[in-house]
Design a protein around this ligand. Structure first.
Ligand SMILES: [Mg+2]
Length: 368
């Protein structure tokens, strides 16, 4: 076997917990902090950085199961290392934390490879576009009207022409408030901005259909997880009954999952999360599976981790400019991007993903 010219010789894994700027909730969960696990891999004089919005426990999985795979390996062989990592987590179970851990390492490998080559990551992957559309995402059910207005007006000022709010409040037990917030949002954004909603699986099938009928004058374009994303027949039933595009896929972590989602006719657009699905390597393959069904993919959350691979994906619809993650990524990294005009352009003037950790600023959030 040939010796790698620049083997991975440093592996660093850290976990952080960052408080939100206000209490947040969607249809089926509430939170006041966000955790991320960050992986840095060194080879020669380059360092690659990846992360996943995962509980600190994912850092333990990286140490125990993935570090032995990448330590001493050739960072140019990312697809081979992806396969080796997938094999290494077989008994731990790939969906969930193990896949989040693989994603962080996979992104760090791609970043490292492109830095060793002195290329922007989107150029290494091979771009199909120079800018990537985004939609503003937040609109938590915990916001009062003033907080919601402030967030929506911020996106409008930035020229973002699509926005998403959370509905399905308290497991679908407050449909009247959901409808009132949808009407209010349409009033604030006017008729030219696309309105999206996300129920995070909070409704029953018929409840979701009734709500969308009641909201028919609001021109809702995107209905995310009206029912559980595991209920593919339920998604299909809602999809057949409403005008909005029905979407799901954010928890997907293997190609069979994405194929099933498409094959059952459950969705109009497949959401893929590069921090969960297995990183850039699996994102590209998931996007290809999706394309074979004539469907687009949309990037779920973590906009700065998606932007380069999104620029290299032919069947991309857009990325989610998620309030929590946009805020954290600006706090954590120099080189964060500006969504003004409704799109992100991956940098051409720096190697890798172009982000540099602000170590000193964020050490206060470190938990392991
Ligand atoms: Mg969602």
């Amino acid at each position: 076997m040939r010796e790698p010219p620049a083997p991975v010789d440093r592996v660093e894994v850290r976990a952080y917990t960052v408080p939100t700027d206000a209490p947040e909730a969607d249809g089926t969960a509430s939170w006041d902090s966000t955790s991320l696990v960050l992986v840095q891999l060194g080879a020669a004089d380059a360092v690659g950085t990846g992360w996943s919005y995962a509980p600190a426990a994912a850092a333990g999985l990286v140490h125990e199961l993935l570090e032995p795979v990448v330590e001493g390996a050739d960072p140019f062989d990312v697809p081979g290392l992806s396969q080796a990592m997938i094999r290494a987590v077989r008994n731990a179970g790939r969906p969930g934390l193990a896949s989040y851990a693989i994603s962080a390492v996979d992104v760090a490998l791609w970043d490292l490879k492109s830095r060793l080559l002195g290329l922007p990551l989107h150029q290494l992957l091979g771009s199909v576009r120079t800018s990537v559309p985004v939609y503003g995402s937040g609109g938590f059910t915990t916001y009062d009207q003033a907080q919601l207005n402030q967030q929506l007006e911020g996106w409008l000022e930035q020229g973002i022409p699509r926005v998403k709010i959370k509905i399905g409040e308290a497991w679908g037990t407050r449909p009247d408030r959901d409808l009132e917030r949808m009407r209010h949002t349409r009033g604030v954004i006017g008729s030219d901005v696309e309105l999206y909603v996300d129920a995070n699986g909070g409704y029953s099938r018929k409840q979701a259909i009734r709500l969308m009928r009641a909201a028919s004058a609001l021109d809702i374009r995107w209905l995310e997880e009206p029912v559980s994303s595991d209920d593919h027949e339920g998604l299909r039933e809602v999809r057949d009954a409403v005008d909005a595009d029905v979407t799901a896929g954010e928890y997907g972590s293997d190609l069979y999952y994405f194929r099933r989602l498409c094959q059952t006719g459950a969705v109009d657009c497949v959401q893929v999360d590069v921090t969960r699905c297995g990183g850039i390597t699996e994102w590209l393959r998931a996007a290809a599976v999706t394309a074979s069904f004539g469907l687009d993919v949309s990037g779920h959350c973590a906009p700065h981790l998606h932007v380069h691979v999104a620029a290299a994906t032919p069947n991309l619809r857009h990325l989610e400019w998620f309030h929590d993650h946009a805020r954290i990524e600006r706090m954590f990294f120099e080189g964060a991007l500006d969504p003004c005009g409704g799109s992100l352009s991956p940098r051409d003037d720096s190697a890798g993903h172009g982000l540099t950790l602000r170590d000193g600023d964020v050490v206060r959030f470190r938990v392991s």
